[in-house]
Structure formats: C-alpha cells, structure tokens
Write a protein that binds this ligand. Structure first.
Ligand SMILES: C[S@@+](CC[C@H](N)C(=O)[O-])C[C@H]1O[C@@H](n2cnc3c(N)ncnc32)[C@H](O)[C@@H]1O
Length: 347
C-alpha cells in the first residue's frame, strides 16, 4: 500500500463519515454504517493468509464470532482443514440484529471434527440455542470467547475499535481483517508500539476482494457463483500471532544526508519518504510513512509515536515542540506532510 492509497482511503472514510453526519435520518445513518459491515471474505484470501499459521493453530479452539456457519468461508476453511490443522474445536456464532419480525434465532456451531466422513459440519452439529443476538459483546458470546484460544474472522468495520479492545481485555490470540485506516487509530497504534499487534502476510499493497451484497452498485466483477466482488484497497490482516516477516531485519543501505532528509518544523525529527530510504547511520528520530508498520521489526526499531491528522501526537521524549494540536502531522517549511510514524533505530 502506498502512502497515496492510504491517504485516499482516509479520504474515502471522511466522505463516508460526512455523508453519515449530513444524513437527516438516523435510520439511514445506521444503514450507511452497516453496509460496509456486510462484506464477506473470499475463501482464497483466507487460504492465502491462514496457510502461514498451521503450527500455531495446532490443538487450539478457534472462534469465528462474526460468522454465519452456513455461509462463512472462515468456517468452511477451518471445517475442511480441521483434521489437517489438528484443531481441538471450531466455534462460530451468527449475528442477528434484534428485530420484532425475525422468527429464526441466531445460532452457533460447535464442531469437534468429522463424524460422517464428509469433512464438514452436519446439521446435527448446528445448535439453534443462542438466547441472545449473537453480538460478540453479549454474555453468551463472551462465555464462548473465554473458551477460545484464537479468534479468526473479519469483524464489522464500524466496531473495529471495540472488537479489538475486547480481544485484548480477554487476552486472546487473534487473526482478523481490518481497514488499514485502523493502523492510525490511537488504540491500535498503541498496540503496535507495545508489540501486541502486527500486520499479517498478505501483501499490503494490493488490497483485497470481498463478496458484497447483491444490491451493491460499485463492484469489480462477478465471480463464477454469480456473486458480486468488490475491491477494497485499504484492507489488511491484523494479528498477535507470530509473523516471520516482522522478525526479519530491513536492509538499510542509505547514508544520512541533511539535504536529502529535511527536519520538520514542529518535531525534532527528520523526514523519510520511503521506509526503504531509512538511513542506517542516523541516531535521532525519523518520521516514516505509516506503511512502515507492515515491515516493522521491534528488535530493529523503536516506535516513539505517531503524528497524524487525527491530532494525537507522540508521547515522544526529545520532541518538545508539539502539543496536542488539532492536526498533528509534521510540517516542512510550513507545509503539512503525510501522517508519519516516529521511529528510532535500536542500537
Ligand atoms: C465484514 S462482515 C464479515 C462476515 C464474515 N466474518 C466474513 O468474513 O465473511 C462482518 C459480519 O459481522 C456481523 N456483525 C455485525 N455486528 C455484529 C456484532 N455486534 N456482533 C457480531 N457480529 C456482528 C455482520 O452481520 C457481518 O456478517
């Protein structure tokens, strides 16, 4: 993902937020919110990411807590590969918004492996006994969360902050899809700083394709099953499982040159436009693009903070000029630059 992509994704979000702010009806506001929450993950994207975690899944209870067991490709992946991955149990819960007219209750799946030689859950393994809506925050789902070792899903985008906060609160391992904008959320960023979250293996640059509702007008193509597929340039995987690329050292080949790396007006730090240009011999603070987080090795670099338009800045030692400004992006010769992650090379 390039900085341009990330910024345009931020712009998309602003447009969407403004649309919702300016919409007179609360009902429409809610509909606007929930539409993007109804993007479904393709099996191929799940396979491409999850194949890297085979050893970490072994013997574990997997919980897909935003997944209709009859439809979800996460459930399909884990049930098809249950024996191959040597899972202990697969749990999936289906969310159904409380509605006076809904007669069918939401349901959950608890699968402990193949009983009938078809490598998939049979109807007897579905339990239609959920008492609540299947909301991941409900007591019923929290009880299942406590039983789980690893939560794997694509949760609703609009509830991402709350969703991650709950995983952290219950100290759960997770592998989830989110919008790359979430990298700049204060809450998520703090987890990056503490090395409690990292990006997954799927290439950050390409975005992902999702199955969208039939009435979605902007789509990329129709797949072989007649489903509409849309591209979301700003999606990535977030996890606290081990990811090998974050243990690899970035090769730094550039030498510091003050002409090439200007200092910011409002931070005691230099600007680096591409993570590949990080100078190996600069001891001070550097502002690098947010995409750096996809390459971040906590043994090689220390993250001091983030300067983003959202207005929060680093609790950065030695960067005294900045206060809690409305727009905290770095300035060069009075001009705003892009959001930057402030880092130092570890000695
Ligand atoms: C982005 S979709 C992804 C669905 C599925 N996990 C997948 O990847 O194909 C998010 C799903 O979360 C469900 N959802 C919305 N609010 C929820 C909540 N409060 N608790 C649990 N699930 C919720 C939506 O109904 C939707 O099916």
């Amino acid at each position: 993902m390039t900085e341009k992509h990330l910024m345009s994704a931020e712009e998309d979000l602003k447009v969407e937020n403004n649309f919702m702010k300016n919409t007179p009806s609360r009902h429409l506001h809610k509909a606007g919110r929930s539409r993007k929450d109804e993007f479904y993950t393709q099996l191929v994207d799940i396979e491409n990411e999850l194949k890297h975690y085979k050893d970490q899944f072994r013997g574990k209870v997997i919980f897909c807590n935003c997944d209709d067991p009859r439809e979800s490709n996460f459930v399909k992946y884990f049930s098809n590969n249950f024996e191959y991955l040597r899972l202990k149990k697969l749990i999936a819960t289906h969310y159904k918004e409380a509605n006076l007219f809904a007669h069918e209750p939401p349901y959950k799946l608890e699968y402990t492996g193949d009983k009938y030689g078809n490598r998939m859950p049979d109807p007897s393994e579905f339990m239609t006994k959920m008492i609540d809506t299947g909301d991941f925050r409900s007591q019923e789902c929290i009880a299942l969360l406590k039983e789980a070792d690893i939560v794997v899903t694509n949760p609703p985008f609009s509830l991402f902050r709350e969703y991650v906060a709950q995983l952290v609160e219950y100290n759960k391992k997770f592998l989830i899809i989110g919008n790359t904008n979430a990298l700049t959320y204060k809450e998520t960023f703090k987890l990056f700083q503490k090395d409690q979250i990292r990006t997954g293996y799927t290439n950050f640059n390409v975005g992902m394709f999702f199955i969208v509702p039939d009435d979605w007008e902007l789509f990329h193509h129709i797949d072989e099953n007649g489903k509409k597929i849309a591209r979301v340039a700003s999606s990535c995987w977030f996890t606290n499982l081990e990811v090998e690329k974050h243990k690899e050292k970035l090769t730094l080949y550039k030498k510091y040159d003050p002409k090439e790396y200007p200092k910011y007006d409002n931070y005691d730090a230099i600007n680096v436009d591409k993570y590949t240009d990080i100078p190996h011999d600069y001891d001070g603070v550097m502002g690098v693009p947010v995409t750096f987080l996809d390459k971040y090795n906590p043994k090689q670099f220390k993250i001091l903070g983030m300067s983003a338009s959202a207005g929060y800045s680093a609790d950065v030692v030695g960067i005294p000029k900045i206060g809690r400004l409305k727009d905290a992006r770095p300035l060069i010769n009075g001009k705003n630059t892009y959001a930057r992650v402030l880092i130092k090379i570890r000695k």
